[in-house]
Design a protein around this ligand. Structure first.
Ligand code: COA
Length: 195
């Protein structure tokens, strides 16, 4: 019981650290804990998701998630599956649907939507890998897959899979695969390049 509580508190602490790391404007852990709606929304989700896993607590979980939405402007369905260290910057208008899956170290800006395209039940929301960035106002729609490290441009509308490390921009989003950067690559202007 105590070890589970400790693990839960560790995850909450990681959420604070993630905000400090991802937002250059963040000053202190106390400021982030008190003044960041994106962090409050993720904490609310973590509690609501635990409740959602108990069938008799599903209604209270939905009510909690709606209360958090009223307070933060961020709607995360308690059934969504979200990894560790999600940071939602600014937050207002973010929507994460019931069957969405989000990896670790993901960054969402305000207005990002992980939404459905069809009204049928079942998997209908996107799956985001680790370290994905979704720009402000971007919509990722349907059960599409966004690979690890991909970046979705502000206001893009993504309706097809995005490969790992790619950048997707525009409406509908076009994918640009970034050139692979070698870990120890250095910026050298080698005259041989011009031969
Ligand atoms: C998509 C994004 C990640 C690309 O960043 P990048 O890798 O540095 O790429 P570049 O800026 O070099 O742009 C690459 C190309 O995509 C285009 N592009 C970049 N962002 C775009 C966007 N949001 N919509 C449409 N086209 C975009 C550029 O014009 C450029 O096109 P070109 O190759 O024809 O010249 C970035 O532009 C972006 O939108 N980030 C989201 C940031 C955000 O939401 N901030 C909110 C802060 S409050």
């Amino acid at each position: 019981m105590w070890s589970r509580l400790r693990r839960f508190l560790d995850v909450l602490r990681e959420d604070l650290d993630a905000a400090i790391r991802r937002d250059p404007a963040a000053l202190t852990l106390v400021e982030v804990a008190l003044a960041y709606p994106g962090v409050h929304a993720v904490w609310g989700y973590r509690l609501a998701h635990r409740m959602w896993r108990e069938p008799h607590l599903r209604l209270p979980a939905r009510l909690l998630s709606q209360a958090v939405r009223a307070a933060t402007g961020i709607e995360i369905h308690p059934g969504a599956r979200i990894g560790r260290r999600l940071f939602i910057d600014h937050g207002m208008g973010v929507v994460i649907g019931e069957t969405a899956e989000v990896g670790d170290d993901v960054l969402l800006f305000h207005g990002a939507t992980l939404g459905g395209k069809a009204m049928r039940r079942g998997k209908r929301h996107p799956t985001l890998g680790d370290r994905v960035v979704v720009g402000a106002g971007a919509k990722v729609l349907g059960p599409v897959w966004v690979g690890d490290g991909a970046q979705i441009g502000a206001n893009a509308v993504v309706i097809a899979d995005v490969p790992p490390g790619a950048v997707a921009v525009g409406v509908p989003a076009r994918v640009r695969v970034k050139p692979r950067v070698l870990p120890d690559a250095v910026d050298v202007d080698d005259p041989a390049m011009y031969i």
